[in-house]
Design a protein around this ligand. Sequence first.
Ligand code: ADP
Length: 732
Amino acid sequence: MFLKKLQVLLLLLLPSLYGLAAVNVDSLQVLLTQYQAKAEGEKIYSTAKSIGKQYVHDGEYIKAIAYFNIALKQSTLNKDVLKMADDIYEIGMSYYKDNNNDKALEYLTRLTTKEFSSLEQSKKAKIFSRISLVHQSAGDYKSAFDQQLRSLQIREITNDSVGITKSLYDLGSIFFYQGSYSSALENYIQSLEISKKINNQQLVFNCFAAIGSSYEHLGKYDESLDYNIKAMELASTLKYRAGIAYAAHNIGSTYILKGEYKKALNYLEQALKIQRELNDSRGQAISLRTMAMFYIRSKRPKEAIYYLDRALEFSKEINSKSRILEIYHYYASAYRALGNYKKASDYLEEYVKEKNAQMNEMTLREMGQKKSHYEIQKKEHEINMLKNEKELLEKDQQIQDMYKYILLIAALFLLVLLTMFYSRYLVQKKSNLLLEEKNNQIRLQNEQLELANQKQADTNSLLEEKNELLKQMNEKVKQQNEKLEDSNEDLKQFAYVASHDLKEPLRMIGSYTSLLKRRYNDMFDDNATEFMGYITDAVGRMETLLTDLLTYSRLNTQQQPHEWMESKDIVDIVLANLRLKIHEQKVEINVNRDDLPKIKGARTQLVQLFQNLVSNAIKFTKEESPLVTIDCQQQEEEFIFSISDNGIGISEENKTKIFEMFRRLHSRQEYEGSGIGLSTCRKIVDKHRGRIWVESELGKGSTFFFSIPKEKVNPQQQEREMQRQRSMNLVA
Ligand code: ADP
């Protein structure tokens, strides 16, 4: 489309190139009014035509058409076919330049009717070429192609080199706009060759620019740059500013494709500047579009849209469908880059709709028959691709919508998570504070514990020291005990030996004193007899003493086995042993036999124990009838035996003393005795793991208690033992 714009510019600028001087329209109009007043047909015609051409030059096409119509009216009146044809041509071309393709076609097509069959072939070729141009501008490539082909045929027949080169160029443009760039290139190259031959610089420029554009579309950027630079240089030489701008635009476009954006921007700005100065809507539409393309490539879709908006404005102004179509496509790309798939899809839909409208089936079929079948297939393919692309875009839109929902859900989820984490964080913080407090407490406790441990350690070391001392002391005590035990043992041995061995000499003293008394009694005076009596008495006491001592020391030196026995049997033995004394003193003995239990102990010792206590009870009696009671109380763990009397009793302070060795409360004259009896009793009770004590009231009597622990044994075994014991006693 930009090539077509170039052609239009060419048509506009050619007159100025050839030095057509500007005419004062106002004065011509005054003249015209005068001629019309005078009805001077010829002058009306030429003046109106001049005014029309001036308006064309000024770009005031509607005004131009009005004056060309005045001229046409005149030529029609004169039935001057040539002039009529020229007027109609001017009107048609003015409509074309005013972007009114329908009116342009209406007028130009009229020139191909029989009415104008007399026109020259070159003129007819030009008309077909112009009609083709209008069709092309309207997007009707099929008709454009047909008309240009007719033009070329005529020009070839008439050998019109300039015409041929123009037709070849225009055919190239039709291919170009159909996207068949290699076919376009072929036609342009042919056109260039002829243009060079005929040395038509303007056409050479057109071809350079067109070839450059074709190479660009074929991806051959270096060749494209080469031709466009040539075009720009030529335009400079020709001082053809619109051409300079056009070539600069093309160079910029190629640099975009090459990715050299800085250079591209430079050339595009240069082109836009000239086009703005020339007030060139078509040029600006193209350059702004390319600027948009630059920004799309530079990934700046917002700027791209700004340029597309402006490009669309100009494209609508020049009523270029193909340009609008192209801009729609760019819009789609820009919005897609922005992520606005909805808008991208809408523009793509517009694009496909327009493209479909242009490539309707008729066009496809007829053009296919002619020359562009291959290219049209390509177009069809392209349309399908675009449709697919649109579907993809729609899918993208759906996916984007879905993403939005997912994002929303994710955001909500995140919010919930954050809330949870925050509340958890608060709880954690609280528990951390508590923990910290606890830790502090624990730390304090630990410090205290450490202190306590330290103290403990100190105490321990002190204790250890003390232990060591104690150990040493224990050792000493042990040694002393051992010594004591040794000396005790010695003492026991000594007591035993003494009491035992002293008995023999004592018996000798006793025996020989009795012998002396018996044999020499007559020889002794009263004193001697008295002394002898003392000796016998002392020997008797000494013997009792030694016997008691021996009994006591035997307890230490001789171990007696413990055996089961009836305690009442022991009591019976004791009573039998003491029966003389009991009889003599008329003592009443009261034994609660039923209460006396079976016990386990050393028989001889227990006989001794009972005998000592009973004999004491008999001994320390008062005048009136003495009474001795033997009893036993059964406790949980032990038996408590008691021997009570109604004798003299014992004072409170003597109740414990009497159990000491040789402790006597009375003189020998009062009561006989050695003071060993109760010591012996205590020793025996100790040996049976029992206790002995006395309850008494002075003058009223005493009760001696001793305990014997209960032995837990099998009753059968107990019985067996007792039987064995009895049989042994019988044998004895
Ligand atoms: P002995 O009878 O040979 O004097 P004991 O050791 O048997 O020696 O008794 C010590 C003293 O306890 C006795 O001298 C006596 O004073 C006192 N005694 C012992 N039994 C009785 C008792 N049944 N009533 C009063 N006094 C007693």
